[in-house]
Design a protein around this ligand. Sequence first.
Ligand code: FAD
Length: 302
Amino acid sequence: PYDVLVVGGGPAGASAAIYAARKGIRTGIVAERFGGQILDTASIENFISVKHTEGPKLAASLEEHVKEYNVDVMNLQRAKRLEKKDFIEIELENGAVLKSKTVILSTGARWRNVGVPGENEFKNKGVAYCPHCDGPLFAGKHVAVIGGGNSGIEAAIDLAGIVKHVTVLEFNPELKADSVLQDRLNSLPNVTVLKNVQTTEITGTDKVNGISYVERDTGAAQHIELAGVFVQIGLVPNTDWLAETVERNRIGEIIVDNHGSTNIPGVFAAGDCTNNPYKQIIISMGSGANAALGSFDYLIRN
Ligand code: FAD
């Protein structure tokens, strides 16, 4: 069996695998797609100490760094079941069962898409999902935020301090965000809130130039010219496969303590799949290191 088996090969998993391997213990990493979300990221400017990089380049560096160590890398393999017996068992989609004394879950998350024409075409060309990452790219420009829940309104408040104007589009007749956030939003001079509207298309040529929507009460079709669209309708953790095993919160995030431990002894978790509130590369790497040290601590005590 492994001492540490990491499930997920994004920034959190790569960091966990390196920290574990550096303890000289038997380490494996299973990843459906080594690199994770950063493979879909163009420009990265907030990975501290690296002024600018690109997602695929950072993913290649992660892989190169992991391969410096004695780590079994099992790429293009999807985990489908976790069970605690004498060891913790991870069953893969291909039927293989891996056994380990500890497991670190780092299966990440994915942004929920609005699914309108233009969203895929203009990803990284005006369609964005992370205001902390991409907000500064739109300084002085007009942007839209799709979604009036807490994350949408937080994004709109954040962006209003950077961009020229923010238009919020909410499908329902009312915003779902906490009233303190709504009050803050309403106090800002450069924000317009459109409620009861359905986004129908993100328009553009080589990059985004506008958004089309329908007013749901009148049926009237409208179009606004703008440079960016932030989609904020939810981040979904990749944790369905855990079924009734590891404890999760209402939105499916794995609940961890400050050692990265879950409710199952020997099972740890790190990165975007956990209830850690902020989802960023640097934070995921930190939590991967934390979970690896947590699992090492567990191994020397058990
Ligand atoms: P992920 O990167 O999601 O990796 C999860 C890993 O688990 C992948 O290898 C995946 O294939 C694997 N996996 C999932 N399910 C299974 C399974 N069942 N079995 C086996 N493997 C599985 N953050 C920043 O800090 N700066 C930025 O500029 C930035 N820009 C972004 C732009 C975009 C378009 C997106 C989508 C995200 C961006 N982020 C940015 C967020 C950042 O990418 C994430 O916070 C970070 O990648 C999370 O790392 P993670 O390792 O927790 O998860």
